[in-house]
Ligand binder design. Structure first.
Ligand code: ATP
Ligand code: MG
Length: 278
């Protein structure tokens, strides 16, 4: 079982890569248990970088990243935790993942159990049961004996996500987890994330699929031009003005007639030259 609900907060985080200009300035972001939080923003805005800072893999030049457990619980710097304790608390799925080659699906997912194992023991009955459950949940149990590299892109992504589920961490940081998933798998996986969040996990997903964010996010953070430009419910963040300002003017935000949710479409109209003449 996972531990008590934990929140993760980055406060006043500032960051730049060596020799490069400032990428993040005074960024504040909170991953709260019970909520599915999504981070959006244009290519190169610094989303993956911010997630690596939240996962404790990069150090901010200024600001803090802290975890906080339960009512009355302590506030602790993430950096103060041992690597193993950190892995039990935070599961991180990078944007690009390459598991060690030649392993079966089952073995790759079993890697997700490493924070719960002792180095001198082999995976136990319980680990195998949790792995089987995670494979079932991601709909890839039938692939368990296949070599990972022989799977399609979407199947590989489902297996990696099963590994994340098997880690049973309180906080999930997922960098574009929906990549390669078809619309059915995307929907079932997103519903699963939502259920995990409701059961007390804190989940942060980076996504370029703004309609997915509209449908499933409880809270959206929009990162653009070094800052968090907006934070709120989908209808507060996915507005024509905010989306156009951050991504460019060739975007149309409308409302879905049935759900009332914002729908973001690539603009179909060509930008006319000034005066409308050619
Ligand atoms: N290790 C690195 N060293 C130097 N610069 C880097 C490094 N990693 C990323 N960058 C640069 O920092 C900027 C932000 O990169 P990052 O990967 O955080 O963006 P992103 O918002 O995740 O973009 P995308 O949506 O394309 O994944 C980019 O301009 C990138 O080239
Ligand atoms: Mg990225």
């Amino acid at each position: 079982m996972q531990d008590a609900p934990i929140s993760l907060t980055a406060q006043d985080v500032t960051f730049h890569y060596a020799g490069q200009k400032s990428l993040l300035e005074d960024v504040h972001l909170s991953v709260e248990p019970g909520a599915l939080t999504m981070l959006i923003g244009p290519n190169g805005a610094g989303k993956s970088t911010l997630m690596k800072i939240l996962a404790g893999l990069l150090e901010a030049a200024a600001g803090t990243v802290q975890i906080h457990s339960g009512p009355g619980g302590r506030q602790r710097d993430l950096a103060g935790l041992s690597l193993l304790a950190r892995a039990r608390t935070v599961a991180y799925l990078p944007q690009e993942v390459l598991p060690p080659g030649g392993h079966t699906v089952q073995e790759v997912v079993l890697l997700g159990r490493f924070p719960h194992q002792r180095w001198w023991t082999l995976p136990g009955e319980r680990d195998r049961k949790i792995v089987d459950e995670a494979l079932e949940r991601m709909g890839v149990a039938h692939l368990r004996d296949r070599v990972f590299e022989s799977l399609s892109g979407g199947e590989q992504q489902s297996v990696l996500l099963a590994g994340i589920l098997a880690q049973q961490s309180s906080l999930l940081l997922l960098d574009e987890p929906g990549r390669g998933l078809d619309v059915h798998h995307l929907a079932t996986f997103s519903q699963r994330l939502k259920r995990l969040a409701r059961a007390g996990r804190g989940i942060l997903c980076i996504t370029h699929d703004l309609n997915l964010a509209s449908r499933f996010a409880d809270v959206i953070y929009l990162l653009s031009d070094r800052k968090i430009r907006a934070r709120g419910r989908p209808e507060q963040v996915l507005t024509q003005a905010l989306v156009a300002e951050s991504y460019g003017s060739d975007v149309e935000v409308t409302r879905d007639a049935r759900s009332g949710l914002p729908v973001v479409l690539p603009g179909s109209r060509r930008q006319e030259p000034r005066g409308g003449q050619r």
